[in-house]
Design a protein around this ligand. Structure first.
Ligand code: NAP
Length: 292
């Protein structure tokens, strides 16, 4: 029987530490500020935005939501980002994805100042993760790393397999495991003999987006199994990529869905916003020091 990795509990502890640090910053008149932009009426996106605002309240950050209509033009969205890039009370800017089809997602993300790109999706911050010199880590894979660390299993030297190669999860996930000296294999929809590869993994991360995709025959006895997937089963219930009932008896450690990676993603967003606030406050102090 596997040990359960309780993402909800670990995320609560991370947020508790962040709230303490935010309290310390408040003594210097600094309140971390997060701007969340949502375009259109996607119900799932609305829930994510609500949860992010709630997390800001929990840790004592200022948050501002910009709910824009579906028909918002690229020019209008870029103008808002430009304004937010210049605002001193805003440390982090998040654009909730996916955007409506008529908007150019890459150009929008690229317009966010790298100093305020708390999702770490911009090419600049992605590049910094590649060279292992980063200020912000993309939230979901950063949350996964925290969950792996919580098990006490060392990444160094381990066989790590990531299923999925998206820019926001799979690729940065693989890079972070590599940065900790894991021996990393990335699998995707064109991978041949997937089960043969995954069943060698000491650490298996699935970010595919298909319910019950990872079954016991794909998992090594005692492996750490992290389920990033957020899907719905036939009854409409939230579930991950891993067939939990099948895999749990074989794994050494496993994340549930819900209550695994999801809460960590938001906790890491708070962590990045705190980091941004500290960097911006230090830069402002330096600037005002020069003036005097
Ligand atoms: P994505 O962009 O759709 O990527 C899915 C990846 O899975 C692709 O690389 C795809 O390969 C691969 N794949 C699809 N079918 C496969 C197969 N049969 N065998 C092996 N690989 C296969 O999705 P994403 O944005 O990375 O998200 C993945 C999942 O994580 C989704 O369920 C999403 O909702 C969830 N998610 C959760 C959180 C969270 O906070 N918990 C955050 C982000 C995402 P190709 O590249 O070859 O197409």
């Amino acid at each position: 029987m596997a040990n359960l990795i309780n993402g909800k509990e670990i995320a609560a502890k991370v947020k508790e530490d962040i709230a303490k640090e935010a309290g310390n910053l408040a003594e210097y008149g600094v309140t971390p500020g997060l701007a969340v932009i949502i375009v259109g009426d996607d119900p799932a996106s609305k829930i994510y935005v609500r949860n992010k605002k709630k997390a800001c309240e929990e840790v004592g950050f200022y948050s501002e939501e910009f709910a824009l209509p579906e028909k918002t033009s690229q020019k209008e969205l870029l103008a808002l980002i430009d304004t937010l890039n210049k605002r001193f009370d805003i440390d982090g800017i998040l654009v909730q994805l996916p955007l409506p089809k008529h908007l150019n997602e890459k150009a929008v993300i690229g317009a966010i100042s790298p100093k305020k790109d708390v999702d770490a999706f911009s090419p600049f911050n992605v590049g910094r993760v590649m060279i292992g010199e980063y200020r912000f880590l993309p939230c979901t894979p950063a949350g996964v790393m925290e969950l792996i660390h919580s098990t006490g299993v060392e990444v160094c030297g381990k066989k790590c397999v990531v299923i999925g190669r998206s820019n926001i999860v799979g690729k940065p996930m693989a890079m972070m495991l590599l940065n900790e000296s894991g021996t990393v294999t990335i699998c995707h929809s064109k991978t041949e003999n997937l089960a043969e590869i995954t069943s060698q993994a000491d650490i298996l991360v699935s970010a595919v987006g298909k319910a019950k995709f990872v079954t016991a025959d794909m998992v090594k006895e005692g492996a750490v199994v992290i389920d990033v997937g957020m899907n719905h089963d036939d009854d409409g219930k939230l579930c991950g990529d891993v067939d939990f009932a099948d895999v749990e008896p074989k794994a050494g450690w496993i994340t549930p869905v819900p209550g695994g990676v999801g809460p960590m993603t938001i906790a890491m967003l708070m962590k990045n916003t705190l980091t941004a606030a500290k960097i911006n406050a230090a830069a402002a102090t330096k600037k005002s020091g020069k003036k005097n």
